[in-house]
Design a protein around this ligand. Structure first.
Ligand code: NAD
Ligand code: ZN
Length: 379
């Protein structure tokens, strides 16, 4: 095992799976898969059926051959399913195509799907695995900063043109093997985008994690292995704690992870899943929702400023996107389709302090008025 790897077991419902984070984790893929817990996941994929390396075009070009060779070195037969890079692949059309590839490649119920990529590959590949022949095992091999979030917790699914993540299920991976050495090829825009969920996790956690990010922002952006691993491990710890207590988002605990996402998801949808990256939309959502919280009198100005200052330091553009598509009335129309809503009101999770949140349901007119006011201030 690599000296720098950290393993954290996540318990959700009756399932437990390891999340292994560190430099060079993939080089010991077989060992992490097959060794008995707690050292490994105790998953020995059947040698007699083909297994699936599910990835996107960009990641395939960078790491496809290497990871396929590593899987073959475990004695596994493997074929690849490669989808176009980008959020637009979280679609019914790509899902249908991918299932066709799985069938043609001869994947069976004993096949294991290895999702190598960012949140798009993890969500889509996980959804393919969770539904293929009523469900096959899958392993997350995250390759983006954002995926410290998406690979953990078991939410998998795809988008609909009308609403983000409209189709999906809860399905838990058998293991998450997160090799941080792979993050070095990320373009700067993707590094930044991934840091939005890190900031979200920090404000959900509280002072210690927030001040750590404030102190180490430059190192983290430069992908300094120590600072980056700590930022990611702390984020995974926040997510793990929440999803363990509320595996299926039925207890009103897991919803806190939607901080910044009510507005963020609407912006992503209105941009046709092409204009704003997920993290960019979430960063803006975090800023706008915290301004609404301040307007509601439930968040202190100083905490809101600290949140925006940290996002700005990570390089996020917190200005509202140009274009008629992002008119507040349209944002409200899309937010009304959010899965959290009840009684035709929009359900927000607002930050009220470091480490503290509160749910509020706002009528659509009220939400629109707040958005217009925030825009006038120049968010
Ligand atoms: N399931 C969940 O709980 C959850 C949580 C948060 C976000 N998400 C979802 O995650 C998605 C966003 O994930 P993302 O930001 O990772 O996007 P992504 O998967 O599209 O990856 C971003 C881009 O980086 C490229 N890339 C990936 N790894 C690379 C590497 N190591 N080097 C170079 N390029 C690389 C990809 O090809 C892609 O173009 C959204 O769809 C969002 O809804 C899901
Ligand atoms: Zn998110």
């Amino acid at each position: 095992m690599t000296a720098t790897a950290h393993t954290r077991w996540i318990r959700q419902d009756r399932v437990e799976y390891p999340v292994v984070v560190g430099e060079g984790v993939l080089d010991e893929l077989c060992s992490y898969l097959a060794s008995a817990p707690p050292r490994g996941a105790g998953l020995v994929p059947a040698p007699e059926v083909p297994h699936v390396l599910f990835t996107d075009t960009t990641v395939n070009a960078l790491y496809g051959d290497r990871v396929e060779a590593l899987l073959r070195a475990c004695g596994l037969e493997v074929f690849r399913v490669v989808v176009p890079a980008g959020e637009a692949s979280k679609s019914l059309a790509t899902y249908e195509w991918a299932v066709g590839e799985m069938l043609q490649g001869g994947a069976g119920r004993k096949s294991v799907l290895f999702a190598l990529g960012g949140g798009v590959v993890g969500d889509l590949g996980g959804f393919v695995a969770a539904t293929y022949m009523r469900g096959i095992a899958f392993v997350q091999l995250p390759t983006t900063i954002l995926a410290h979030d998406s690979a953990v917790g078991g939410k998998v699914g795809i988008d609909h043109p009308l609403a983000k993540n409209a189709l999906g299920v809860f399905a838990f991976p058998r293991a998450v093997l997160y090799d941080t050495a792979l993050l070095r090829t990320l373009p700067p825009r993707e590094v930044r985008s991934g840091l939005a969920e890190v900031v979200k996790h920090a404000f959900l956690e509280g002072e210690e994690y927030v001040s750590f990010l404030e102190a180490e922002a430059e190192k983290i952006m430069a992908l300094d292995p120590g600072a980056l691993a700590e930022a990611l491990l702390r984020g995974i710890a926040v997510k793990a704690d929440v999803v363990s207590r509320d595996p299926y988002e039925t207890l009103g605990i897991r919803e806190v992870l939607n901080l910044g996402h009510t507005v963020g998801h609407a912006l992503e949808t209105l941009g046709g899943y092409r204009s704003l990256l997920h993290g960019e939309a979430v960063a803006l959502g975090l800023a706008v929702e915290s301004r609404i919280a301040e307007r509601l009198g439930i968040l202190a100005h100083g905490v809101r400023m600290r949140l925006e200052a940290l996002l700005a330091r990570f390089g996020f553009d917190l200005r509202w996107p140009e274009g008629e598509a992002y008119d507040p009335a349209s944002v409200v129309r899309v937010m009304l389709r959010d899965k959290k809503n009840v009684r035709k009101k929009i359900r927000f999770v607002f930050l009220t302090d470091l480490g503290k949140t509160e749910f509020r349901e706002l009528a659509s007119e009220e939400s629109e008025a707040h958005l217009r006011a925030v825009l006038r201030e120049g968010a």
